[in-house]
Design a protein around this ligand. Structure first.
Ligand SMILES: [Fe+2]
Length: 281
C-alpha cells in the first residue's frame, strides 16, 4: 500500500526542487523526470551478505548494531536497556486511552507554558533522557544535530527539511518541570492510533489488555470511533512529543510545508513505517 501525502497548501518547494535536479528524455524530447523524495538521511544501506564497501570521505555508513551491541529497534534484545524499555511500554499501553489523549490535547493545545527560541529549546533537551529508545544513549541535542546534518548532506537545497530534522524531537521538553514534567510513557516511545483496536504489530501489544479502551465496544473494533478512509489527520494518536510539537508548530502559524508537519506528527508511528511505503510529493 502506498500513502500519498498531498501538498494542498504549500508543497511547492518540494516539487520544484526534485524536478530541477532530475532530467530525462522521452521520444527524443527532453523531459523532466519525476522522482520520489527519499528520506534516507545520507546513509549507505549495506545489504547482507554482500561485503561491506569502504565508506567514501564524508559519507555515512549504517552501523549494524546500536550503542548496546544489538540490532536497531530490537525490543526483545537481552540488553541492559531491555527491562526498562519493556516496563516503559507496559505503562504506556495501560494509560494511553481516548480519555487521556483528549485531555492532553486540550491542555497542551493552550500553549501557555513557556516562550523561548528554537535554540534555547534545543539546549533544554540536554536535560532529557529517552528511556524508550533501545538504540540511543547520547544527549538529545546530539541526536537533533546529527539528524539535521545528515539530511542536509543528502538534500542541501531542502532547507525546510533541515529545520524539520532539527526540531522534530523538541516536544520532549514535556518531560521537564516547566512543561508539566509528564512521565516518560506520555512523552516518548512509539505512537499508534487510539480509539480503535490496537494493532497487533504494536510493540509489547499484550499489555493493552489492561487499557480501559481494550474492552470498550466503542473503541475496540477495527475502525472503532472512526469510519473507513476517514483520513489519518482525523485519527487520534497516542499522546507524546510528536503530537505536541505538531500542535506547537501549527498553533504558532508555522510556514513549514505539510510534508514537514507530517514528519513531525508521525515520526514515532513505527507501526506505519513497518507496513507502508511513504512517497512524499
Ligand atoms: Fe522523536
Amino acid at each position: 500500500m502506498t500513502i500519498i501525502i498531498e501538498q494542498p497548501d504549500y508543497g511547492v518547494e518540494v516539487v520544484e526542487q526534485k524536478k530541477l535536479t532530475h532530467e530525462g528524455h522521452e521520444n527524443g524530447v527532453e523531459v523532466e523526470e519525476d522522482k520520489e523524495l527519499v528520506l534516507d538521511a545520507g546513509f549507505v544501506v549495506v545489504p547482507q551478505p554482500q561485503p561491506q564497501p569502504q565508506p567514501q570521505p564524508n559519507s555515512f555508513v549504517v552501523p549494524q548494531t546500536n550503542s548496546f551491541g544489538h540490532t536497531f529497534r530490537d525490543y526483545e534484545a537481552d540488553g541492559e536497556r531491555q527491562p526498562g524499555v519493556e516496563n516503559f511500554y507496559r505503562t504506556n499501553h495501560i494509560y494511553q486511552c481516548v480519555d487521556f489523549v483528549t485531555k492532553m490535547r486540550e491542555e497542551y493545545g493552550k500553549l501557555n507554558r513557556v516562550e523561548m527560541s528554537i535554540w534555547e529549546c534545543c539546549e533544554l533537551l540536554n536535560n532529557v533522557v529517552d528511556e524508550s529508545d533501545p538504540d540511543l544513549d547520547e544527549p538529545q541535542i546530539e541526536h537533533l544535530l546529527q539528524t539535521a546534518e545528515a539530511i542536509r548532506k543528502d538534500y542541501p537545497n531542502e532547507d525546510w527539511l533541515h529545520l524539520t530534522a532539527l526540531i522534530h524531537d523538541l516536544g520532549k521538553v514535556l518531560l521537564l518541570p516547566s512543561f508539566g514534567e509528564l512521565p516518560q510513557w506520555a512523552v516518548v516511545g512509539d505512537t499508534y492510533p487510539i480509539g480503535c483496536a490496537f494493532d497487533e504489530s504494536i510493540v509489547h501489544h499484550k499489555y493493552f489488555a489492561l487499557n480501559p479502551d481494550y474492552n470498550n465496544p466503542a473503541y475496540s473494533t477495527k475502525y472503532g470511533m472512526y469510519s473507513e478512509a476517514c483520513g489519518l489527520e482525523n485519527v487520534l494518536m497516542s499522546w507524546g512529543h510528536d503530537d505536541y510539537m505538531y500542535l506547537v508548530a501549527t498553533e504558532n502559524g508555522t510556514t513549514l510545508p505539510s510534508a514537514a508537519l507530517f514528519i513531525i506528527r508521525y515520526h514515532s508511528f513505527y507501526g506505519m513505517f513497518a507496513k507502508f511505503i511513504l512517497i512524499i510529493y
